[in-house]
Design a protein around this ligand. Structure first.
Ligand code: C5P
Length: 237
């Protein structure tokens, strides 16, 4: 039987992946982090000495993407060519080089195919949920618009820019145990630049799907976000 597909899109640091992961855990669905796939391809480029920000490297970036094996062996963990890269892909070096990777049409075509296969259960080993999930949650920028245009549920998560920057700052603080090197203002500037790049690229820009439910998380807890999505799922299942 067909999987129930939840597409979650929205700007950077809006809480998509945290929410998506918790929804997947509660419903025992698989979770596919499409952003992690772009990050993993970027990592593969940098590790092979290919700088994606150099325009004449587009073909090399596309080739590396087509050779990359990306899997989600457990909820929230990412494997690149058989190696766990879950924390490596979260660095600022990756963020600095990712825009041209995400704007590369061949890279997008390669990853789109893999994302659709994962969402249809065609490549079951890639799913992070335990045994035979009834559905999948996929988060990113173009999931509801391009990757799964007929998803059973589409959610577009937004949050005030200042609040997103503060949340990212707190997250870094919690991870490092000390105040991060960047200020909330620095982070806000980086997020704004990344959102602009994502919204204005020619191919698959970040955009709300017409039939997506908008969830503004500026003033709600993670728990409340997860609850609203769970209710939406049950009302459509
Ligand atoms: O979601 P995350 O912040 O990990 O995504 C990293 C980057 O990957 C985004 O800023 C965007 O450029 C790209 N991306 C994309 N399409 C997706 C998911 C992520 O272009 N579906």
């Amino acid at each position: 039987s067909r999987l129930f597909r939840i597409a979650i899109d929205g700007p950077a640091a809006s809480g998509k992946s945290t929410t998506a992961k918790l929804v997947a855990r509660r419903l025992n669905f698989g979770y596919i982090d499409s952003g992690a796939m772009y990050r993993a391809v970027t990592l593969k480029c940098l590790e092979n000495g290919i700088d994606p920000t150099q325009k004449n490297n587009d073909a090399k970036v596309a080739k590396l993407a087509s050779e990359a094996s990306i899997r989600f062996p457990r909820l929230g963990s990412v494997e690149l060519d058989g190696r766990d890269v879950s924390s490596l892909i979260r660095s600022s070096e990756i963020v600095r080089a990712i825009a041209p990777v995400a704007a590369n049409p061949s890279v997008r075509a390669t990853l789109a195919q893999q994302q659709r296969d994962l969402a249809s259960g065609a490549t079951e080993s890639g799913l992070s949920s335990e045994s035979q999930p009834k559905g999948v949650v996929m988060d990113g920028r173009d999931i509801g618009t391009v990757i799964l245009p007929d998803a059973e549920l589409k959610v577009y998560i937004i949050a005030d820019a200042r609040i997103r920057a503060q949340r990212r700052f707190d997250e870094l603080m919690a991870k490092q145990g000390t105040a991060p090197g960047e200020s909330v203002d620095d982070i806000a500037r980086d997020l704004a630049a990344r959102d602009l790049a994502d919204q204005t690229r020619k191919i698959s820009p970040l955009k709300k799907a017409e039939d997506a439910v908008v969830l503004d998380t500026s003033n709600c807890t993670i728990e409340e976000q997860v609850d609203s999505i769970e209710r939406l799922v049950h009302s459509r299942m």
